[in-house]
Ligand binder design. Sequence first.
Ligand code: UD1
Length: 320
Amino acid sequence: MRILITGAAGFIGSSLAKRAVAEGHSVIGVDNLITGNRENLAAIDAAIDFRVADIRNREQMQELCRGVEIIFHEAALPSVPKSVLDPLTSHEHNVEGTVSVLLAAKEQKVRRVVYAASSSAYGESPTLPKHEAMIPAPISPYAVQKLTGEYYMQSFQRVYGMETVCLRYFNVFGPFQAADSPYSGVLAKFITSLLQGEAPTIFGDGQQSRDFTYIDNVVDANFLAATAPADVVSGKVYNLACGERHSLLDTFRILAEMTGFAGAPVFGAARNGDILHSLADISLIAREMGYQPQVNFEEGLRRTVAWYAEALKMQTPLSI
Ligand code: UD1
């Protein structure tokens, strides 16, 4: 297949690109390198057609979509707190960027777009686990933007007959995730602090929990979403997670043991608008796509710790 990956130099985009190349697909990657890092693609440099471009550039997107069968749309400004500080900029990337990708896909007759949606769409509704039939209740601008992207996917499916699939990612972690920005995912921050002998900061009391999902499971699900029969999956939204939740306190304990850190965490103020618990019902994606998480939480943590340990030794830049 000819596959276009937006956000190809980011954590999730580059992981998808590596799998796509390994499976022998023809891969085009696009990234504006605002949060992406070209180094993430070093291992497949010669095998991927990589372009530095912004997804909002309609002309460039049209050109990149020519002959493409599947788009994995991962490009976004992926941060809740960043969207709170500057909602307009994240709107431009996350909503206008998504519409631009869809328009180019439509004009070039791309068969299917698989979209990186977000569990943040569920907001603070207390019901657990979260299932797709629940009414969304986004809180942050980021959550609104990602949910708007889902609605655009469904609209393009309904009005233009394009195949679209939305995957609501729940707290993805793993190798190549950015670690050194204040907006980095919590596990990337915890692991790199612990490996450097520094106490990580827990925002709040650490009782909050997440359905942490190892990157390989996310890659598996994207390929299932790309190939599943259209009459089953097109126009739909699926949770993509492990179906287990772990508190930050428990996660800290497991990671301290894995990294040999003997100290205690530092506790800071709870983050404004933070959601307390997040857990996915993954029965729909299991039933309709045959998805099962292949790498569980602890194994994912082990692999991630090993990767950051190596990256820190090699002084690999961790800023993406
Ligand atoms: C949210 C979304 C997720 C989205 C992501 C993008 C939910 C449930 N999840 O993740 O779908 O992809 O934003 O950024 O809405 N924390 C600390 N110390 C730190 C950093 C974070 O204690 O140094 C805490 C946070 O307060 C939070 C938890 O760890 O309680 C997870 O935070 P983070 O990794 O930023 O992700 P979410 O905000 O859950």
